[in-house]
Design a protein around this ligand. Structure first.
Ligand SMILES: Cc1ncc(COP(=O)(O)O)c(C=O)c1O
Length: 370
């Protein structure tokens, strides 16, 4: 096996982390750590496994996800876990599992494809338009391929940045209900926009698993995500020690720190700071790329840039790389080798500061302008 490492002087813009906002984050995080240390006995905090998170963390998790819901869910439907990937692994293993099928947008989060290989299930890629999954295409797949679940990213889709309208969400929820297909909704990009439509899950809560991670709005490696199960019983059944694994559990200290940030309202300040920095970087993108083809929005971490036909994405990526910057071709996100548009995706938040971002953007623009 060959391992390839990115030389340290190559600027990573293929990743998609929120920009660092130390002027707000650092003091808020320090205060939260101090609060946790002074308000609990460490041996009590970490003395026992909390399979679905402590009662306090689940209650504050319900408050956090409530910012996206018509109303906060009951805390016993909420599970606090070690990031979105851990939740997805549990849900995909439990709801889909070997030899069954998962419907997924044709371009989507590549990790799900890795999970399909690990867990032995098949993917059914769903055709997309500017909003995301096309209802008629999903329905045809539900009818003919009988997927056990649909992995949905209806708000600021990765990589295309599409967001489903309320009408689209209702139509998709209805199809899933009719064909008894569970919805696994990954809403990780929904916290920066202030006008995101309600989650898809809110239109069919009885069949939906709503997942809200903190990695794209607060900080990349906090390792806390919340899942809202269709019911308290379903939460207890899917996330319980009988599966003889505990990898999804968050470290109690992490859970308690994020709870403290939620309780004091510091999460709002951090999200606002990430949003503000993202808007500045997105304004720089619109100004320098300035193309009607550009697909993004001011409060979106990533940019999807369709390319002219005579400039294939793979060559484009290689030319940007020769200038010391990494971006991804759309084919990285193609499920089951679905046809990928001639486009690239790059993240705005991964460069450590604005100057580094400017350098990366200049390289992309130079190649784009040819
Ligand atoms: C759609 C999507 N979900 C989840 C994640 C990762 O979330 P976490 O770090 O909470 O596992 C990413 C990161 O790239 C992502 O793009």
């Amino acid at each position: 096996m060959t391992l390839s490492f990115r030389p340290s002087d190559v600027l990573n813009m293929s990743g998609n982390l929120p920009p660092k906002v130390p002027h707000v984050f650092d003091d808020a995080y320090r205060a939260a750590v101090q609060h946790v240390m002074s308000s609990c006995e460490p041996s009590h905090l970490i003395g026992a496994h909390q399979f679905r998170g402590s009662e306090r963390d689940r209650a504050l998790g319900a408050r956090f996800v409530g910012r996206r819901m018509p109303e906060s869910p009951a805390a016993d439907r909420v599970v606090v876990a070690n990031g979105t990937q851990s939740i997805l692994m549990m849900l995909l293993a439990g709801i889909v599992g070997p030899n069954r099928r998962l419907a997924i947008e044709a371009l989507s989060y590549p990790t799900v494809q890795t999970f399909a290989q690990h867990l032995g299930f098949e993917l059914s890629p769903v055709a997309m338009d500017g909003e995301g999954a096309v209802p008629e295409a999903l329905e045809a797949i539900c009818r003919t391929e009988r997927p056990a679940a649909y992995y949905a990213m209806p708000t600021i889709q990765n990589p295309t940045t599409g967001t489903m309208s309320v009408e689209r969400r209702k139509a998709i929820a209805e199809i899933c209900r009719r064909y008894e297909v569970a919805i696994i909704e990954d809403d990780i990009y929904s916290l920066l926009p202030k006008d995101a439509p309600p989650p898809l899950s809110s239109f069919a809560p009885e069949i939906s698993w709503y997942v809200l991670g903190t990695a794209k709005s607060l900080s990349a490696a906090l390792k806390i995500a919340y899942v809202v199960a269709p019911s308290a019983e379903a939460a207890a059944e899917r996330f319980w020690p009988g599966v003889r694994a505990t990898y999804w559990m968050c470290a109690p200290m992490n859970g308690a720190i994020v709870s403290s940030l939620i309780e004091t309202g510091a999460v709002e300040d951090i999200i606002e700071a990430v949003r503000a920095e993202t808007r500045v970087r997105q304004a720089m993108v619109s100004e320098s790329v300035s193309s009607p083809d550009l697909r993004s929005r001011p409060d979106c971490l990533h940019v999807f840039l369709p390319l002219p036909a005579d400039r294939p994405a793979k060559d484009f990526v290689a030319r940007v790389r020769a200038l010391g910057v990494d971006v991804s071709p759309a084919s990285t996100y193609a499920m089951n080798d679905s046809p990928a548009p001639n486009a690239i995706r790059f993240g705005t938040g991964t460069p450590r500061d604005r100057a580094a971002f400017e350098r990366g953007l200049a390289a992309i623009t130079k190649v784009y302008r040819g």
